[in-house]
Design a protein around this ligand. Sequence first.
Ligand SMILES: *Cc1c(COP(=O)(O)O)cnc(C)c1O
Length: 426
Amino acid sequence: MSRSIELGAGGKGVSGSGARGPGEARVSGTIALHGTRDPARRSGPLVVPLVQSTSWAHSAVGRCDGPTYARVGNPTVDELERVLGALEDAPPAACFASGLAAETALFLALLRAGDHAVVGEAIYGGTVRLFRQVLGPLGIGATFVDTSDPGQVAAAINPRTKLVFIETPANPTLRLTDIAAIARIARFARVPLAVDNTFLTAVIQRPLDLGADISVYSTTKHIDGHSSALGGAIVTRDEPLLERIRFVRKATGNIQAPFNAFLTTRGIKTLPLRIRAQSEAALGVARALADDDRVERVHYPGLPGFPQAALAAKQHAGGLHGGVVTFEPRGGAEAGRALLDGLALCTLAEHVGSVETLITHPATMTHADVPVDQRLRVGITDGLVRLSVGLEDPAQIIADLDRGLDAAAAVAASAEKGAAACAPTN
Ligand SMILES: *Cc1c(COP(=O)(O)O)cnc(C)c1O
């Protein structure tokens, strides 16, 4: 496996290497730490300064050489944008107040009334809600398809389609979509392809190198990684599109706050380390769950029995598959509830990708606004739980799940007994 460390030329924002094989691990620790800063620089602060000013002085009437107003740009946000862009060999990203603010700006930049988007059916619940409840009434149509089958994407594209939007691994079922295959279809149809890369980040998956046009992030998750700062980002090598997205950001006012960018530049320094540790721990947890009789099913792309193991190996770099594991205890919704209530270390929260282990019940939390038929069709059953593995001792995470599974098994057993008692006895 070839590994390289690259550092962009000072301030240019593009470190300028060509496409590389998706399976090749790239140690991006240096970029995560230094961004595009010239490593030979000998002066200046080590930490990105927090610039908490809304406005800048103009040197003369009609002349302002630097930033003007914080809704347009801010030096702290600029630094985060340089790092995020450099991680994907792209110009500086555009950063937003949240992941959904980033998506909103992308959609407003590309779609207008009468236009149409092809969207993965197993995506973040907030993205579904944005299409169905905000963009739909504005006359922007969307067709939700199973993007793990590229044929369904090709069939859904029509002359009004202006965007294909996918997420892989899908949240929370971890079903994978072949980015390169969808990119070929989108390119043939001359429709831009955007990939929500929040779950794996550029450390594991590089959508632009696989042929996608746009990477979308909720930086709130792994990139900040400390449950401290809401944020979002768009990364693309398409400069006119980037300019349009920045214009929409200025016009709608959804740029990231400088303090959030300050916290996120601090979090991103350890992103490659955290993702590696969380992926390795997640694999251990997934193996333990897969071997456990109290568990009905486990989804994790690194498990040998994962239905798309070959695609996972091809598309994910460094043999890593991220920190999220989803599983279903035996006994359905009631057992799932007992499991969640029986945990002490794993914290019930609507979040992923942080340093602490978090557990979510998608049916009532993240995906509560997704129509029930769409939810069940993509495998989000009432008993499914999503675990985002943190940096605790993996043995303690497994021990905590063991306690939760005991609680789930007790509920499942008493339900079975109840059913037996009600059954005809002859
Ligand atoms: C959280 C999340 C979003 C939305 O991001 P916010 O920062 O919460 O607005 C989008 N996509 C995925 C995959 C997410 O997990």
